[in-house]
Design a protein around this ligand. Structure first.
Ligand SMILES: Cc1cc2nc3c(=O)[nH]c(=O)nc-3n(C[C@H](O)[C@H](O)[C@H](O)COP(=O)(O)OP(=O)(O)OC[C@H]3O[C@@H](n4cnc5c(N)ncnc54)[C@H](O)[C@@H]3O)c2cc1C
Ligand SMILES: *[C@@H]1O[C@H](CO)[C@@H](O)[C@H](O)[C@H]1NC(C)=O
Ligand SMILES: *[C@@H]1O[C@H](CO)[C@@H](O)[C@H](O)[C@H]1NC(C)=O
Length: 474
């Protein structure tokens, strides 16, 4: 007791700004190391709140996020309340459903409840005696020289608190990051995509899930799409992603119904006509922002993690996973540099910026892939080819989605490898198509008698090849 008190007295104070998903998890990482951790969250304690407003009701947890949870002993607890999704389920206009697996047999992502995850992480942080959670503390500003932070309380009073290290986990609109913006040699960009999103609930039918539960359901409609993730209470949360222009065109009940009849007819009876008319207008469509910046630190005083450092569009299901992985990467560097902030912080920026930028770009790419490419024959064909090659040569060809979702391959390495693999696969596809043509021509020359019968397949081969090339360039 004496000794641990003594040690904690000399340990530095780490202030985690933001008690969202990444902040709450990060508090556990720092607490485990024995720092004096203070979490400052602008909202009230969501564990006691009646309504919890968040950015989405549920989200997809995958390998990177799970690894981070494992570091603080939370993996089992969280996955036991998650629902495995083994594949995407594509809903066509006619209501036909076709699955596209995520990876190999047995690989899945998990649908988890955001509010529950956040509550569990806060409770876990609360179990450390060296951690204090301060709710209703909104960071207003902080000083990079002294580490002095100013918080505003709900009664508008101000509180001033000092820390040795400030960890900004205050989300896409980070107040911690504002200080960075006033500095020189800080790169920053923010992009709002033209799409917004709206969430709708699909209730259970006779106490059972309205659709197959172990899938991420997708209704791709080129310029817009709807997805649905299962919840523990046997509901699905449907999210409609659509350009704001289109959302604004729908202003009456009838227009909602006409729109759904045209594009998502199979979803109408599952959501329910009354619920659809009511819920569609409950909240305005929410915006989605992509934020990139560099570096992620100021001296040995402050570091940004999670959405505060890299808000990404939600189409790769990696925002939280990347933020959770930030915590592991930082933690590994704390070991490497003996908890010396002046060495860890610059190294963290150096290593993590290219990876977080890569996932931001990939998420933007998937923004198109999910709503448009999954409708394309070439895309589906390539997915099959990639998966087949991965099956034949598991170490040589790894589908991009697999690297991102089921491994901890650095994001920017995954992208590099993806480009390389694409080149190799494109070339070999072309070569084998050519080979087939040459081969059949050879047969043709060798066995001239049945010319009429052989020529047709050879011609067909050319037509196929041309069709393939046209698809590739479309
Ligand atoms: C529609 C949608 C779907 C998504 N789906 C997925 C998915 O399937 N998988 C996935 O991995 N990711 C997903 N994401 C991304 C994920 O939501 C974010 O990456 C994740 O929430 C980031 O966590 P965070 O803790 O960094 O930020 P946040 O969750 O935004 O938390 C920030 C916290 O800081 C607090 N705060 C803000 N300002 C201050 C201040 N000034 N002072 C003190 N506290 C402050 C906030 O109240 C909040 O609690 C999705 C995002 C959206 C919008
Ligand atoms: C800012 O961006 C430019 C151009 O991409 C790059 O060359 C430079 O290294 C970046 N600076 C930092 C601090 O990341
Ligand atoms: C391979 O073909 C795909 C499909 O058209 C294309 O998107 C990609 O850019 C090509 N890659 C290379 C390296 O040629």
């Amino acid at each position: 007791m004496e000794e641990s008190e003594c040690r904690s007295a000399e340990k530095k104070v780490v202030a985690v700004v933001g008690g969202g998903l990444v902040g709450a998890l990060n508090a556990c990482f720092f607490a485990k190391r024995g720092f004096k951790v203070e979490v400052f969250e602008s909202r009230e304690d969501i564990r006691k709140a009646k309504i919890v407003r968040g950015r989405s009701i549920n989200l997809a947890l995958s390998h990177r996020g799970r690894q981070a949870l494992k570091h603080v002993g939370m993996e089992e607890k969280i996955i036991s309340k998650g629902i495995p999704m083994n594949a995407r389920m594509i809903h066509s206009l006619t209501g036909k459903q076709s699955p596209i697996p995520y990876g190999k047999k047995g690989q899945y992502i998990l649908s988890v409840d955001r509010a529950n995850l956040n509550k569990e992480l806060l409770s876990e942080a609360d179990t450390y005696s060296n951690t204090k959670l301060n709710f209703d503390h909104k960071l207003q500003d902080w000083n990079a020289e002294t580490g002095l932070m100013t918080f505003v309380r709900p009664d508008q009073s101000q509180v001033h608190i000092k820390a040795d290290l400030i960890v900004g986990c205050d989300g896409a609109f980070s107040a911690t990051r504002k200080r960075f913006l006033r500095r020189t040699r800080f790169n920053y960009s923010q992009t709002y995509i033209p799409h917004g999103y709206k969430e709708l609930t699909m209730p259970p039918i006779n106490g059972e899930f309205a659709m197959k539960p172990n899938y991420l359901h997708i209704w791709p409609r080129n310029t817009f799409m709807m997805i649905a993730l299962p919840n523990l209470d046997r509901t699905f949360t449907c999210t409609l992603f659509m350009p704001f222009d289109e959302f604004e065109k729908i202003t009456t009940d009838d227009e909602v119904m006409r729109f759904f009849q045209k594009y998502f007819p199979d979803a109408i009876p599952l959501i329910g006509v009354d619920a659809l008319k009511r819920d569609y207008f409950k909240l305005p469509a929410q915006a989605m922002v992509s934020v990139k910046c560099s570096p992620y630190h100021i001296d040995d005083k402050c570091v940004l993690m999670g959405d505060a450092a890299h808000a990404v569009v939600p189409f790769y299901g990696q925002g939280m996973n990347a933020g959770f992985e930030d915590c592991i990467v930082f933690d590994e560097m704390m070991d490497q540099f003996n908890e010396d902030f002046s060495a860890v912080l610059p190294e963290y920026s150096r290593v993590r910026v290219p990876d977080d930028h890569a996932i931001a770009d990939l998420a933007m790419y998937n923004y198109i892939e999910m709503r448009a490419h999954v409708n394309s024959k070439w895309f589906l064909f390539r997915k099959h080819v990639d998966n087949f090659l991965h099956f034949l040569m598991p170490k040589t060809i790894i589908p991009l989605y697999t690297m991102v979702t089921f491994t901890r391959t650095r994001y920017h390495k995954a992208v590099e490898r993806w480009h390389w693999q694409n080149k190799v696969i494109n070339h070999s596809l072309l070569l084998s198509a050519l080979g087939a043509v040459v081969g059949s021509s050879y047969l043709l020359i060798k066995n001239p008698p049945s010319i009429n019968r052989v020529i047709i397949p050879a011609e067909k081969m050319w037509t196929r090849l041309v069709a393939l090339r046209t698809l590739r360039t479309s």
